[in-house]
Design a protein. Structure first.
Length: 194
């Protein structure tokens, strides 16, 4: 992706990725699905994660008055998040779908593809982040596609997309995911050098 479009940190990562080419006339329906007030089975984990973050602030305030209640509410939250992760896993058929190496930011994604995808094309993308099993649905536009001659016959095309439609809470999740992964990589590099 061009330098002027890089407004977020980028990392190399492995995610579950499913995408399909869509027409302009499908964008409104997809946009409504992305921004729906009620999440579907695929987006419920990301919705729960955003809610859990808000809930954690409230729980922190009452921790001293009622630690047992806080532990109970945290356990219920954890159970709900596990159910949401199960839904995401089933929707993407995680057990059957191999992960994909990508270059990820909160603004876009670069990945390898089996087929050429024309610049300007619109994609419905479903991504699952690991290890959290959070599903993120978005509408992306292809900004770059080129054939790469590196011997990868299965995925010879390098595709870069910008996220055009993405819930703001999902963008925040991506920012947190990227920062956490980057922190782990830096810590690991520091341990290796010591």
């Amino acid at each position: 992706m061009s330098d002027e479009r890089r407004e977020y940190f980028r990392i190399d990562d492995e995610i579950a990725l499913d995408y399909r080419l869509i027409d302009e006339d499908e964008t409104e329906a997809l946009s409504e699905r992305i921004h729906a007030r009620v999440p579907d089975r695929f987006t419920v984990a990301s919705s729960f994660t955003a809610t859990s973050r808000h809930m954690a602030q409230a729980l922190h305030k009452v921790q001293n008055q009622s630690p047992e209640l806080v532990r109970c509410l945290q356990a219920i939250d954890q159970k709900l998040n596990m159910l949401a992760q199960l839904f995401v896993s089933e929707e993407m058929n995680i057990d059957q779908q191999p992960t994909r190496e990508v270059n990820l930011s909160a603004g876009g994604l670069a990945f390898r593809s089996q087929h050429e995808i024309g610049t300007g094309s619109l994609l419905e993308m479903r991504m699952v982040l690991f290890p959290s099993l959070i599903g993120i649905l978005n509408l992306s536009r292809v900004i770059h596609c080129e054939r790469v001659s590196d011997g990868n016959a299965q995925f010879p095309w390098q595709v870069a997309v910008n996220f055009e439609q993405l819930r703001e809470s999902d963008r925040e999740l991506l920012v947190r995911h990227v920062m956490a992964k980057q922190t782990r990589q830096l810590r690991s590099a520091r341990l290796e050098s010591d």
